[in-house]
Ligand binder design. Sequence first.
Ligand SMILES: Cc1cc2nc3c(=O)[nH]c(=O)nc-3n(C[C@H](O)[C@H](O)[C@H](O)COP(=O)(O)OP(=O)(O)OC[C@H]3O[C@@H](n4cnc5c(N)ncnc54)[C@H](O)[C@@H]3O)c2cc1C
Length: 555
Amino acid sequence: MKREIQLLAENTFDVLIVGSGIYGAFLAREAAMRGLSVALIEQGDFGCATSANSQKIVHGGLRYLQHLNLVRMRESIRARRQLLTIAPYLVRPQRFLVPTYGYGMQGKWIMRVALLLNDIVSLDRNRGVDTGQRIPAGRIISRRQCMAILPCIDQDRLTGAAQWHDGFIEDTERLMIAIIHTAVQQGAVAANYVTAEDYTMDGNRVTGVHVRDRLEGETFNVRARMVINAAGPGAATLDAGLSQQPSDTPQAWVKAFNVFLKRPLFDDMAVGLSSATRHIDRDAVINRGKRFYFFVPWKGGTLVGTEYVAASPDDDSTNLSRTELEAVIDEINKLCPCAGIARKDIGFCHVGLLPANSADPATDAASRLLKHTRVVDHEATSSTQGLFTVTGIKYTVAPQVVIDVIDRVLARLDVHVARPDVEPVLYGAEKEGVETEHTYDSRLYNRYGCHYGDVLEIANSVRGLRDLVGVDRDTIVAEVIYAVREEMAVTLPDVVYRRTGLGSTGIPVRETLKQCANIMAAELGWSKARVSKEISSVESARSLSENRLIDCEQP
Ligand SMILES: Cc1cc2nc3c(=O)[nH]c(=O)nc-3n(C[C@H](O)[C@H](O)[C@H](O)COP(=O)(O)OP(=O)(O)OC[C@H]3O[C@@H](n4cnc5c(N)ncnc54)[C@H](O)[C@@H]3O)c2cc1C
């Protein structure tokens, strides 16, 4: 997978996708799978924005029972099955537990009915899914069992707990690379650090995009028969250049965030606890009056979320105030008093913007979240042709939503290609784990799937490339080289945050960053000054003390 900018400038593509969050990446894979010629451009690194901040839960839609929204529930069930099938080395089933209290809306009986309905609606949830990846039926456990697993929660009126399974993506960044790699293998041209500045037009028809290569500073046009704007919060800015404004591109956003606690709270169990504050979900038919915080075990610690706060119109996703952060710490301590969480226990905050239906500050942020993905076919709503805008609301359903979008694109292009009957797997899942010519390495397998041998080949080529990078992480030197040569990593944050596990739970120590930057310098010919700049870019990108959290860094 190479960054071949000249291919973007030279060709006319069937489809050009702007933005490589989870929606852009899956759109590229789906379009390439259907035989279209595809270009994918991303202004930062692949998956560096909202998609880097998800809580990594692959929802099966149990929560939509509250809304009696079977359509949304079925979409989530299909998407969960799809993700468990196409990337088994990255997506796995995860056990969830929600304590039940009293005899009302939070009671055992209502949860028993909900789990039963969930199992019935998802009867086909394991069709075509490998044995180890299957989702078992839900069940209720007793008060005593619950207290043994969750000794730290409120036990007043506790009656037991509801248990079910959903999917979990251990490493969303590796999933992103696997999807793009798959699209590229099928002929797509993908490039990071390329910004779409404006649409190019021929009358009312969008003919492509005027872009800037942020690494070289050059500008040029990318031509396409159809453009799909999947730029997340950036979509409205791009669409603002059209003479006829689409009314459906979301203009309001809510800030959502998770915190990563550096210590485990509930072993290998994901736990949902009702927030202390009252919350009315206006769309729910069955209202529990509370919102859940999920505590998900991850990399030896716990991901807690999701919290929603208002985003001002000129906000960016990197800012989270100390008050907002402290409010969450308070909430966690109320839900789980013996945990005694303090600021020092927080490794990172994951912050992103989610589309909202209004910017009204009087309504609480969570209630303003959009409930449905927005897909705008501009030709259907205005005179603009050759353009779709797609705004996703959940990571989980992206692989399902894109099927419908590409069907509609194919119809507009007057091309008829059916989807394959059997869902093709992603790059890395083509073969079962073990490669006979290499020693099996489960850590590398969990990152690269069956292509871990390519990393081992580099590792075995020269002495020292199998060594660990730095002292505080489990990444080997060969992985850094592989990221540069085969995965389009061009900056130190790309490698640290989105190719290896070096920075997923905290900023590595300076020595580790230096070593990693020097390995990249040897590959990319960086000067000493560039090495220092790259190191500060990693250190400032996620530093809590400066209140700058996750965002796409400057190249
Ligand atoms: C804290 C948090 C927790 C969440 N937890 C979950 C969860 O557990 N499960 C779940 O299903 N969902 C979850 N979500 C929701 C999910 O993360 C989002 O719905 C999803 O990631 C949105 O993806 P996207 O591709 O639409 O947007 P993005 O990831 O924002 O992608 C858009 C991309 O477009 C690029 N771009 C913008 N403008 C331009 C331009 N002009 N030119 C080129 N590129 C451009 C951006 O750099 C960006 O990379 C969570 C979200 C948050 C914030």
